[in-house]
Design a protein around this ligand. Structure first.
Ligand SMILES: *Cc1c(COP(=O)(O)O)cnc(C)c1O
Length: 427
């Protein structure tokens, strides 16, 4: 499969190069040249297939012959080692729980899949690849865990000192081996800036790549979730509306890819916190990125969502067309907390702040009689323990995955400027 840059100034490239490079030379993100719908009877008989089989069918055309089928199947079975249940919280609303993985946020799937692709493509090479990633919390843990022990790949994670939760910090600083954590004296935007500077610095001779959702190997496996939800719900014979709590818009964009592959989805709702660049764009047709604002659903604090350009491409860059299949709404922190309380009172379900924003999106959309709404629960409530326990009369039980890291010893290098990162990368 070939991929083209959405800035249209770099030549087309292979899946392998798109994974290894991350971003094209013209700084555009990659997009697959073709999307071929899956056979109709595969979709109609989806309950006859295992999750591993569904994932293989969904992704194989995007990998093409660059990874042998058996190897791709191994990669999938090493990635999908847990469940993705839809839990009903209302007559016509369910939540797709994506948090049963090792770091309890949905990014586990993309990170693990990408790590194995990179390992496969780099085998036999003398030179190691360095994955450089800035995190405001969840990405760091998922990448650290997903890449742990990956041969030929070193990972450097930059995180803002004092700005991630204790659990998140433990998840990214305690693993050791090929994972190095850099604790940056600054905010997330400083970490991001340091990573960008490193990519442009010609003194650095290491091969660098990134592991955020611009990378096709982290983005595409997120399609699987939407198939898994459909597999559980298609017997209800209702039209499915997905609401996806969105920050960089990678997850929802993968959902639209699944729809392109033939998955029956009536409508997509991109639910955001007050970082409302996309809702505003849908309202007035002008795309105005802005600095991010801090909220209680902080994994979505993004002012310039990197994957939105892929969504526009999927709707042929036509706003009218986009609005037919896609809505986007923004919600405040107080609305989010009220909704966490409402969901809990009604059903006993503990939603994390991101999931609650997703639920609000379905309410605002206004489900019709024949529609069933699914909001994605992108993280376990334990990952946002302070907010959840402040807002709801509950004590969240600490799951096994978290107990495992919470008492481990934090090891992080300190960095106060780009020079510190550069010195590390040159050593
Ligand atoms: C990353 C993340 C999001 C946002 O996902 P995007 O693909 O960037 O839109 C939402 N919720 C949680 C918990 C996350 O970690």
């Amino acid at each position: 499969m070939n991929y083209y840059s959405l800035h249209h100034k770099s030549p087309k490239t292979t899946f392998k190069n798109a994974v290894v490079e991350g971003l094209a030379k013209d700084r555009g993100i990659y997009f697959p040249e073709n999307i071929t719908p899956l056979p109709k009877d595969f979709i109609a008989n989806i309950s006859n297939y295992s999750n591993h089989e569904i994932a293989f069918e969904a992704i194989k055309q995007f990998v093409g012959d660059e990874i042998p089928e058996d190897k791709l199947k191994d990669i999938i079975s090493n990635t999908l080692t847990f469940d993705f249940p839809v839990v009903k919280v209302d007559d016509n609303i369910g939540t797709l729980e994506l948090f049963h993985g090792p770091t309890m946020a949905f990014k586990d799937v993309g990170a693990k899949f990408m790590a194995q692709c990179l390992e496969y493509f780099n085998h036999g090479n003398e030179e190691e690849v360095t994955v450089l990633v800035a995190t405001s919390g969840d990405t760091g843990g998922a990448v650290a865990n997903g890449f742990l022990g990956t041969k030929g790949v070193n990972v450097v994670i930059l995180y803002p000192s004092g700005k991630v939760s204790d659990i998140q910090e433990k998840q990214l600083t305690t693993l050791g081996q090929n994972i190095t954590a850099l604790e940056v004296d600054g905010v997330f935007d400083d970490c991001q800036e340091m990573v960008k500077t490193a990519f442009l610095d010609e003194d650095i001779k290491r091969t660098l790549t990134s592991a955020n959702s611009i990378n096709v190997a982290r983005w595409l496996p997120q399609m699987f979730y939407f198939f898994f939800a459909y597999k559980q719900l298609h017997k209800e014979h209702k039209d499915i509306v997905f609401s996806v709590p969105s920050g960089n818009f990678g997850n929802i964009c993968a959902g639209i890819m699944a729809q392109k592959l033939g998955l029956p989805v009536k409508h997509f709702v991109a639910s955001t916190n007050v970082n409302d660049t996309v809702p505003n764009f849908l309202k007035d047709g002008v795309y105005t990125p802005k600095p991010s604002k801090a909220t209680i659903s902080n994994a979505m604090d993004v002012g310039n969502p990197s994957n939105f350009i892929r969504i526009r491409e999927l709707f042929n860059n036509d706003l009218k067309n986009l609005k037919k299949g896609f809505s986007s709404y923004s919600f405040s922190d107080s609305e989010t907390r009220e909704t966490m309380q409402k969901i809990y009172e009604k059903s006993g379900y503990i939603a994390d702040p991101h999931g609650a924003v997703g639920y609000l999106g379905l309410k605002k959309y206004g489900l019709q009689e024949n529609e069933f709404g699914v909001f994605l629960e992108t993280a376990h409530p334990v990952k946002f323990l302070d907010v959840v326990e402040e807002t709801l009369p509950v004590k969240v039980e600490i799951p096994e995955q978290i107990k495992k890291v919470i008492n481990n010893k934090k090891v992080a290098l300190k960095a106060s400027s780009y020079e510190d990162l550069k010195a590390y990368l040159m050593s």
